[in-house]
Design a protein around this ligand. Structure first.
Ligand SMILES: NC(=O)c1ccc[n+]([C@@H]2O[C@H](COP(=O)([O-])OP(=O)(O)OC[C@H]3O[C@@H](n4cnc5c(N)ncnc54)[C@H](O)[C@@H]3O)[C@@H](O)[C@H]2O)c1
Length: 266
């Protein structure tokens, strides 16, 4: 039986990817910051019929040692790790870069960028020893070099995640690791991430932003299913599994007049 490890998976996209991997009968290791959220997520995930098992472990991705412990836990529990997804992420407060505090800057870089680097390092060390496996990192606003007031620090991290992941895919090939590396691009999902910065503080979304999110946004269930369906069949290195393609976005704007999605309530 195959095993997937997903960071930041007590809710949102990570949780939903775990759910759909269960439909493919994978063993699933979920991990996040708080035990009570993981217990709740595990109970919910158990409702999805699967031949795979679920285990959880607390892991703060900004600490290399905790990621190493997560890998050890997954190997002790399920013997092998086939797919590792660096999903944990935080949004930033809607401020210009110079208005952010040192602690806010550090959290964004530590979780969004360094968490992905640490996770990739640990996964690659183990998978290259075994000669196989897949590592996926999550892109986000800024990955394509877009800029927006209030998203520059997050965008800096995600732009770097994209560069890093492409470099990792090249290195994996050059060193004949047998491991494949890919990017997951989830578009816009209405989750706690969209409405909260740094995991806690409410973001007040303007009517204009809500309108755009209603046109381009989707639930993490929809996106999670798409990403998992593509990951389980992917055998290629350096892929980008992209939900919100330019074409899809164009059609969404073109048909916006008929759009009934309302994520925020009137
Ligand atoms: N929501 C969107 O529109 C969107 C768009 C593009 C990319 N993304 C990316 O998708 C990923 C998942 O986002 P989401 O929308 O599901 O957000 P979410 O806030 O619903 O889930 C993120 C999870 O990460 C966890 N987390 C935060 N800090 C952590 C840490 N230090 N260690 C471990 N876990 C930590 C949170 O507790 C939470 O469970 C993130 O990488 C995000 O940047 C989101």
């Amino acid at each position: 039986m195959k095993t997937v490890v997903i960071t930041g998976s007590a809710r949102g996209l990570g949780y939903n990817m775990a759910r759909f991997f269960r439909e493919y009968n994978y063993n699933v290791v979920i991990s996040d910051l708080k035990e009570e959220n993981l217990v709740r997520a595990k109970e919910e995930l158990e409702k999805t019929k699967s031949e795979g098992n679920i285990a959880y472990k607390i892991c703060d991705v900004s600490k290399l040692i905790q990621i190493q412990e997560l890998m050890e836990f997954a190997l002790e529990t399920f013997e092998n790790v086939d797919i590792w997804i660096n999903n944990a992420g935080v949004n930033q407060p809607q401020k210009a870069i110079w208005e952010l505090t040192e602690s806010e800057i550090n959290t964004i870089i530590d979780v969004d960028l360094k968490g992905t680097i640490y996770g990739s390092k640990v996964a690659m060390e183990e998978m290259s020893k075994r000669g196989g496996g897949a590592i996926y990192n999550i892109e986000g606003y800024g990955s394509n070099d877009a800029h927006m007031l209030g998203l520059n620090m997050y965008g800096t991290s995600k732009r770097a995640v994209t560069h890093f992941t492409e470099g990792l895919a090249q290195e994996a090939e050059q060193k004949n690791t047998g491991v494949i590396v890919g990017k997951l691009s989830p578009g816009i999902m209405i989750t706690d991430f969209t409405t909260h910065s740094l995991g806690n503080d409410l973001i007040s979304l303007s009517d204009k932003t809500k309108k755009v999110y209603n046109i381009l946004g989707d639930t993490p269930e929809t996106v999670g299913k798409f990403l998992v369906d593509n990951m389980v069949k992917n055998t290629k290195n350096n892929v980008k599994i992209n939900w919100l393609t330019n074409r899809k976005a164009f059609v969404r704007f073109l048909t916006a007049g008929f759009n009934k999605r309302d994520f925020f309530g009137k």
